[in-house]
Write a protein that binds this ligand. Structure first.
Ligand code: 13P
Length: 254
């Protein structure tokens, strides 16, 4: 099926200039599998994108953590997809739960952003995931399907999308989803894509997991058939991010 393992590091709103330089040197010195085996993308805050892009080893790429929903202009405080393209930033994370929940981004707004970013030539890490309340109410699959449906309604070509399943209750809590819990939702998402988009898209789209992934739990998660990589928060700022990248080897030998 050829779904190359994908490891994203979402640095969120963290880091000083010196800390960023330190993380980049850890990444540059780390022994990792070749880029035929794993695709690595790190996402610093906007202001650090140029320095990270220019100092990072060439086989690792960068992502912005957000972008504006349409063409740039009189939108104070926003950064447009065009600007990212202009700076040769290839990826953008959209629909992260911190933006959905804290900043009120709706399924439709996120889907509009995804469609616009793709139209400008960016590749998108599109995030979906349920809250603890929604999980406890038994609506997990319904919630992630609705989030994915909003995107599917506005996007024809899924080639440049990586879908990130990030259960909100597992983000930054140290409460990682069990491999079985994550596998179940990934498998449901793949079935949803098969039924509502196409078998080809279901087979080729990478579905990655995010939420308290670390160097100790990444191998077992990577062993699940529908987990095609990770979106890592806290641990992406530490040397153990290298171990998480190495968990791609699990897939290779599977
Ligand atoms: O939100 C996340 C990545 O986008 C996950 O964050 P943590 O890995 O810190 O739980």
């Amino acid at each position: 099926m050829g779904r190359k393992f994908f490891v994203g590091g979402n640095w969120k709103c963290n880091g000083t200039f010196d800390e960023v330089k330190k993380i980049v040197s850890i990444l540059n010195e780390g022994q990792v599998p070749s880029q035929d085996v794993v695709e690595v993308v790190v996402s610093p805050p906007y202001v650090f994108l140029p320095v990270v892009k220019s100092s990072l080893r060439p086989e690792f790429h960068v992502a912005a953590q957000n972008c504006w929903v349409k063409k740039g202009g009189a939108f104070t405080g926003e950064v447009s997809a065009e600007m990212l393209v202009n700076l040769e930033v290839p990826w953008v994370i959209l629909g992260h739960s911190e933006r959905r929940l804290i900043l009120g981004e709706s399924n439709e707004f996120v889907a509009d952003k995804v469609a616009y970013a793709l139209s400008q030539g960016l590749k998108v890490i599109a995030c979906v995931g349920e809250t603890l309340e929604q999980r406890e109410a038994g609506t997990t699959v319904e919630v992630v399907a609705a989030q994915t449906k909003a995107i599917a309604e506005k996007v024809k070509d899924w080639t440049n999308i990586v879908l990130a399943y990030e259960p909100v209750w597992a983000i930054g809590t140290g409460k990682v989803a069990s491999p079985a819990q994550a596998q179940e939702v990934h498998s449901e998402l793949r079935k949803w894509l098969q039924a509502n988009v196409s078998s080809e898209v279901a087979a080729s789209t990478r579905i990655i997991y995010g939420g308290s992934v670390n160097g100790a739990n990444s191998k077992e998660l990577a062993g699940q058939p529908d987990i095609d990589g990770f979106l890592v928060g806290g641990a992406s700022l530490k040397p153990e991010f290298i171990d998480i990248i190495k968990s791609a080897e699990v897939k290779k030998s599977a």
